[in-house]
Design a protein around this ligand. Structure first.
Ligand code: UN1
Length: 507
């Protein structure tokens, strides 16, 4: 299946790392190649000729030239292009999922779910393309009509992380495209295969519909070329998914030029409160998957369980039971729920977080070790007995580690939930209406996402996705997130043939 996926997407031994529509794929010679590594086996799958500065220049020029034409294509027709990409993603679902597995090592079922998210995003964006409404306002002037309209921004740069190599691009790129923007994608070089596959699908759709230059790709092996996109004033909006450290730099650089925009979806550090009225089995199931799904490498992963003291013991017991059922292994093997971490560095960060916890007096209640086999495997890990304000708990470690804290009052639980610099996702497991409503009130969770009796991961694309504080404040995906990719214009039309100056100016 993996061989077939590579073949179907024309992925060979050395692959071009840049595509500009109208100009095609960049040459591979004279570029510094880098490896595409399968983390499940620690094996090189193929190589990418890292895009260089000249490639970037070609890509931005083509994207800019195409944008003028794309902006005046009727929005529903733009939606048709996105819908076609969605239909092709459905046709190539297994192949795309195979590329995601090769890139990330996530379980095949999870990879397929990610492709489905791409398809769903396409369906939603295509529908949205007919519903980019602006409101009508009441003018105080006689015979004047006043309304909002939404117009394209220009070229949009989309920088994505390794953990969701397909869906995060779709969340951004499809909304940007229906909004009349052309899109340059800069994926993480850790996951180049999925990007190559999706670009080929975009090319098929663009050729079929004769709508050129909307989606292009740049995969540099080093950050200097990626920085060009961030500094380039020809790029109107930079949407970035990744760490808060990089997000902060992007906000500094992009924000320093007034008129340029950024949309940030950075680190999470997500808490899940479990009170004494909760269905503990349901809580344990959703916490377990929230902690270990995608090997804990989601910005929405459940990292902190905040449990009422009286139910801490039974919940920890259930969590251990759940963790012991989770099959960690090669994503190709039947029944694997958790694959490897993305690379060796990620394993070192996991080990450091466990060491920090032990040094601070924490108890490793489950897991805590790397697994001795080729590839970057670690055990799902449960840690208890730490103070919630420990520095290593305050930062995001992309690994399947969950910390358990206890509390006495619900106010205390909410305070612990909010006492981290990040503000992406949060949850409460409870059957007490007052506790639930307090958690959802202005005195409750300070995060962009609040979940009741469910896990912190697995965002529904129909909702806006993103978070507060160091998560960066951006929103992608559903609800009215499309507005973030457009500019608002307040229009006023005088249709009466009179002006307020008629009394003093006679012409
Ligand atoms: C991310 O982890 O960077 O809802 C974003 C979820 C995923 C998150 C993707 N769609 O858990």
């Amino acid at each position: 299946m993996f061989e077939r996926a590579l073949k179907n997407f024309d992925i060979g031994y050395l692959n071009s790392g840049a595509y500009a529509h109208g100009d095609g794929w960049s040459p591979t010679d004279d570029r510094i190649p880098f490896d595409a590594v399968d983390p499940a086996q620690d094996k090189v799958v193929t190589q990418i000729a890292g895009a260089n500065e000249r490639d970037y220049e070609r890509v931005i020029r083509c994207a800019q030239a195409a944008q003028g034409e794309w902006a005046v294509v009727p929005a529903p027709r733009r939606g048709e292009l996105v819908a076609r990409i969605g239909a092709l993603a459905a046709e190539y679902l297994d192949d795309l999922a195979a590329l995601i597995v090769l890139d990330t090592g996530k379980a095949f079922g999870e990879a397929k779910a990610e492709v489905r998210e791409v398809i769903d995003m396409a369906t939603m964006a295509a529908g949205q393309s007919r519903m980019m409404y602006g409101s009508v306002q009441q003018s105080q002037r006689s015979k004047h009509r006043m309304y909002d309209q939404w117009l394209p921004l220009g070229v949009v740069g989309v920088i994505t992380a390794y953990n969701f190599p397909a869906s995060v691009w779709a969340q951004n790129a499809f909304l940007a495209a229906i909004g009349g923007n052309t899109v340059i994608w800069k994926p993480s070089p850790k996951v180049p295969l999925t990007a190559l596959g999706l670009q080929r699908i975009c090319n098929m759709a663009m050729n079929e519909l004769e709508l050129d230059g909307v989606f292009s790709l740049i995969i540099p092996g080093d950050n200097n070329v990626a920085e060009l996109l961030v500094y380039d004033t020809r790029v109107a909006l930079v949407s970035f998914t990744g760490s808060s450290t990089v997000g902060r730099r992007i906000s500094d650089v992009v924000g320093s030029k007034l008129g340029r925009r950024y949309l940030l979806e950075c680190s999470g550090n997500n808490g899940c409160i479990v009170d004494q009225t909760a269905d503990l089995r349901l809580a344990a199931r959703s916490i377990a998957f929230g902690a270990v799904g995608t090997t804990g490498q989601r910005c929405t992963s459940t990292r902190r369980v905040i449990v009422q003291s009286s139910v801490a013991e039974p919940l920890i017991k259930l969590l251990k039971e759940a963790f012991s059922q989770i099959k960690v292994g090669d994503p190709r093997e039947e029944g694997t729920l958790v694959g490897p971490l993305v690379d060796r560095d990620a394993v070192l960060l996991f080990e450091r977080a466990v060491r920090d916890a032990r040094d601070a007096g924490g108890k490793v209640a489950f897991g805590g070790r790397r697994i001795d086999r080729p590839g970057y495997y670690v055990e799902p890990t449960l840690i208890t007995g730490l103070p919630h304000d420990l520095p290593s708990v305050q930062k995001e470690t992309f690994a399947p580690i969950v910390y358990v804290f206890t509390y006495d009052t619900i106010e205390e639980a909410i305070q612990i939930n909010n006492a981290v610099p990040q503000g992406l996702s949060s949850g409460i497991h409870s059957t007490d209406l007052t506790n639930i409503e307090l958690f959802l009130s202005a005195a409750g969770s300070d995060c962009g996402i609040a979940r009741v009796n469910m896990g912190t991961t697995g965002a529904d694309i129909g909702a806006a996705f993103g978070g507060e504080k160091e998560t960066g404040g951006g929103r992608t995906a559903g609800s009215d997130a499309w507005k973030g990719y457009m500019r608002r214009q307040s229009v006023c039309v005088n249709w009466g043939g009179e002006s307020p100056w008629d009394g003093c100016i006679r012409l």
